[in-house]
Design a protein around this ligand. Structure first.
Ligand SMILES: [Zn+2]
Ligand SMILES: [Zn+2]
Length: 139
């Protein structure tokens, strides 16, 4: 489990039942859900929760820095509770499964000075692609 709920409690974020449900849906390892997926799962737990509330809550969590927005393939943005441990993503080109991965070495250091064009480089997002074990074994 990620410690999203614990982190939010630690910050004194007011946990209404609606906010709690959104945080519970996002809590976990390798969680990268779209806003619509978060809404669908939240409705299972709290049928009256509206799409607008889910979207607003996601926006707040991103603003707090407790959830990251991840853009993959220009598809719908995904929400990632693993916001405090630098990681990259491994994506299955077959089914879209996403795993958090931790490549060795500093991705920033991998970009030589001559390739920086005078930029003060502050971050790097690396996406590894391939087929997950299930898609590899699919007949
Ligand atoms: Zn797959
Ligand atoms: Zn992630």
């Amino acid at each position: 489990m990620s410690d999203l709920l614990e982190r939010l409690r630690g910050r004194g974020w007011r946990l209404t039942s609606q906010r709690r449900v959104v945080a519970e849906v996002l809590d976990g390892e390798h969680v990268h859900l779209t806003a619509d997926e978060v809404h669908a799962r939240a409705v299972d737990r709290l049928p009256e929760i509206s799409r607008a509330t889910v979207y607003n809550t996601l926006g707040e969590l991103v603003g707090l820095g407790e959830v990251l927005e991840v853009a993959t393939d220009g598809r719908a943005k995904r929400y990632d509770p693993n916001a405090h441990h630098a990681h990259q993503h491994l994506i299955c080109s077959g089914c879209g499964a996403i795993r958090d991965v931790h490549p060795q070495g500093d991705p920033l250091a991998a970009l030589p000075e001559a390739e920086r064009f005078g930029f003060a480089v502050s971050g790097a997002e690396i996406t590894y692609r391939g087929l997950c074990p299930e898609c590899v074994n699919r007949p």
